[in-house]
Every structure is written in structure tokens, then in C-alpha cells.
Design a protein around this ligand. Structure first.
Ligand SMILES: Cc1cc2nc3c(=O)[nH]c(=O)nc-3n(C[C@H](O)[C@H](O)[C@H](O)COP(=O)(O)O)c2cc1C
Length: 374
């Protein structure tokens, strides 16, 4: 009896994922000076023990001012690289493949952790008292109450692009299997893509091709240093949430360009360029963003990853089996149950009940609780 679609392996370049369950990147707002620590080891490590095929480290900044908050992880110095190397080694030791999402927050940088209320940080509220002036394609704030960012000069853009490349090289040195460029959620690359946030008058602003130019240049340069044997993903906001903004048609066009550049999977999220959610399906609906992954996969012919309130194993399996996406990424569900992949396997294929290699020693406890000896 073959495994359910969700538990079929997937080969991307020279990487074979043992199943299609991906731990979606999740900022922890718990780093000091960008360095991941024991919190990150435990947070990510638990998902590897729980059986996920691919574990993503959170949005990790390519330079200090690209951090969303002063407590974000970064990958721009040796100390951060060494700390990630330790985490990667542990995750791989537990049978998971590893990924990191490289990011720059642009005009959404220098904010407070969500549990401190979010929004722009004031020095006394920021980790280590750090705040800084954000930079963006145009001098337009994210929303009311946010500071006006500096408009990026061409030199600034070249420098940030070089930072993406340098962080990709560090990610390779740390031995991550998969690299993802974060072009979603209203952060810097999205700010270039969306006409809401990009009002540049040079060749990086204007029509869609011009707005895609810099994100595509960044992706191309990252692909050039990321080995041909390792997959590159890009997370996009398939729609930016506004009627007059970035649309799903735009994402299909962007997807074609990404595929040409050698991107191996498009990770389909939405929103974030403004607080508007007008064009985003109701996030309470299970699988609310799956149709984005489905259309991009079908029309671009590239593997996709679906994300967004995928909580039920049957739904997750149907997404893969039905060809809507090749991978499913889960965030909050896995926080709630890091053993979700093991439980999902048993639910989808009851004859495997008891076969799951539960992590030890937790495994004994879980098995004992679930299946007391008769
Ligand atoms: C605590 C937390 C942190 C997150 N941080 C990131 C991040 O670093 N990068 C990113 O692209 N998305 C981030 N997200 C969004 C998730 O990756 C995911 O797309 C979203 O939560 C929807 O999936 P879910 O319904 O399974 O939670 C975060 C979500 C949560 C709950």
C-alpha cells in the first residue's frame, strides 16, 4: 500500500524531501543582535522531531536594518552563521531538510514585537534599545503612524542586492538545503512589486515589468551563488490586498519570470503591503490561499507551496493529491501540535498506526497516552 500523497517524497534538484509537510517560516522575535539562540534551536528542533519534511527558519534579515524588529534573526556576520550552523546540524540529524527565508523589511523595519503591540518601535521598547530609519522604494509610509522611509538610491539598491547574495553564501556555508527569497507580506521586495508602494520614476518603477525588475535581479543574483544542486524558493503575496494593487494575474507573470531564473518552487501567500485585505479571501476559511498556488502551478508550470489555515490532514493531502500544490506549509497548526505530521500520517493511513517513529523519549510518552496496553 503506497503512502498518501502528503507522505510521498518530492525531489527538487538533488534534494529529496521525505514528505510534503513544510514548517512555514515563523518570526520568533527572540534573537539578540540577529543571532539565533537556544530558543530557535528548541522551536525549530521540535518540528524536526515531529516529522516535518522541510523546516523553515524564520524571515532572516540580510542586513541589520532589514530586520522587521531588533529581535529578528540576521545572517550577515560570522556569529549568526555559526549559530545557524548548529541549528541546521541538529535538524538534519533528526531527518528533516532545512530551509531559510532571506528577507529585508524595507519600510516595515524597526517595529516592536507583536506581544508589545507591534507598530513602529520606540527606542525604550525595542530589544537592546535599537531603532533605525527604514528605507523603501519610495518615501511612502506603510500606514498611518509609521515613519516616512528614505527612498532608496541606486547605490542603496546595489548594496542591498549584494547583501542578499552575501547572506545566500552564508546560508550555504551553514548548510541549509533550501533557500527562500522573501518577496511577500509587504516587505522590501513586495514594496517594489506593488504599485501601492512603488512610485519610482526610474527604470525600477512604473509598469509591471519595471516594478518586477529589481526583485528579479535580486533573485537572479541569489540563484547564481546558490548551487545548482539546491532548490531555491520564492515566497510571494499572490495578491497584495488592494483592488488597485498587485493582482493574481501579476503573480502569474512574475511566476513565469521566476521560473525562467531557475526558481524551483513558488510559495503562495498574500497581503501585507498595506493593512488592506480587500482582495484576500477570508483567512478563517481552511486553505484560503490554495487557489493562488493552484493557478500559479497550472499556468506557470512550476511547483508551488500552499499555505494558510491548512489544519486538517485530509485537506492537506487533497491539496497535494489533487495537484493544487506540491507542498503544504503549516505555521500555527504546527505550533499547536509539532507532532502533526506523525498524527496526520496515522489518520490518513490507519494501518500504519503504531509504526510512526515518534521521537524518543517523547515518543514513548505519546504512544503510551494514545494506545495504552490492552
Ligand atoms: C508566529 C508567526 C510568525 C510568522 N513569521 C513569518 C515569517 O517569518 N515569514 C513569513 O513569510 N511568514 C511568517 N508568518 C506567516 C506564516 O508563515 C504563514 O504563512 C501564516 O501563518 C499562515 O499559515 P497558518 O494558517 O498555517 O498559520 C508567521 C506566522 C506566525 C503565526
Amino acid at each position: 500500500m503506497s503512502a498518501p500523497a502528503l507522505f510521498q517524497p518530492l525531489q527538487l534538484r538533488e534534494l529529496t524531501l521525505k514528505n510534503r509537510v513544510v514548517v512555514s517560516p515563523m518570526c520568533q522575535y527572540s534573537a539578540d543582535h540577529g543571532v539565533p539562540n537556544d530558543w530557535h534551536l528548541v522551536h525549530l528542533g521540535r518540528f524536526a522531531l515531529g516529522g516535518a519534511g522541510l523546516v523553515f527558519a524564520e524571515a532572516t534579515a540580510v542586513e541589520p536594518e532589514g530586520r522587521i524588529s531588533a529581535a529578528d534573526t540576521g545572517l550577515y556576520n560570522d556569529e549568526q552563521q555559526a549559530a545557524f550552523t548548529r541549528i541546521v546540524r541538529f535538524l538534519k540529524g533528526q531527518g528533516a531538510a532545512t530551509a531559510i527565508q532571506l528577507a529585508h523589511a524595507g519600510r516595515k523595519a524597526s517595529t516592536r514585537a507583536p506581544w508589545l503591540g507591534g507598530g513602529p518601535a520606540r527606542a525604550e521598547q525595542a530589544r537592546n534599545g535599537e531603532t533605525w530609519r527604514a528605507r523603501a522604494p519610495s518615501a511612502l509610509p506603510f500606514t498611518e503612524g509609521y515613519p516616512v522611509p528614505h527612498e532608496l538610491s541606486r547605490e542603496d539598491m546595489a548594496q542591498i542586492k549584494a547583501s542578499f547574495v552575501a547572506s545566500a553564501q552564508r546560508a550555504l556555508a551553514a548548510d541549509f538545503d533550501v533557500l527562500e527569497v522573501h518577496a511577500a507580506h509587504g516587505y522590501l521586495l513586495t514594496q517594489f512589486l506593488s504599485p501601492i508602494s512603488n512610485r519610482r520614476t526610474d527604470e525600477y518603477g512604473g509598469d509591471r515589468d519595471a516594478r518586477m525588475r529589481w526583485p528579479l535581479e535580486v533573485t537572479a543574483e541569489v540563484r547564481a551563488v546558490w548551487p545548482a544542486s539546491r532548490p531555491l524558493f520564492v515566497r510571494i503575496s499572490a495578491v497584495d490586498g488592494t483592488e488597485e494593487g498587485w493582482s493574481l494575474d501579476d503573480s502569474v507573470a512574475f511566476g513565469h519570470e521566476l521560473r525562467e531564473l531557475g526558481v524551483d518552487a513558488i510559495d503562495c501567500s498574500s497581503g501585507g503591503v498595506t493593512p488592506s485585505t480587500a482582495t484576500i479571501p477570508d483567512p478563517k476559511q481552511h486553505g484560503y490561499q490554495v487557489t493562488f498556488a493552484q493557478r500559479i502551478k497550472r499556468e506557470v508550470g512550476v511547483p508551488t507551496m500552499a499555505v494558510g489555515r491548512i489544519t486538517d490532514p485530509e485537506l492537506a493531502n487533497a491539496i497535494v493529491q489533487g495537484g493544487s500544490a506540491d507542498l503544504v506549509a503549516l505555521a500555527r497548526t504546527l505550533l499547536d501540535d509539532p507532532n502533526w505530521p506523525l498524527h496526520a500520517r496515522e489518520q490518513l493511513q490507519p494501518e500504519t498506526l503504531g509504526d510512526a517513529a515518534y521521537p524518543l523519549p517523547v515518543g514513548y510518552a505519546v504512544k503510551a497516552l494514545k494506545r495504552p496496553p490492552r
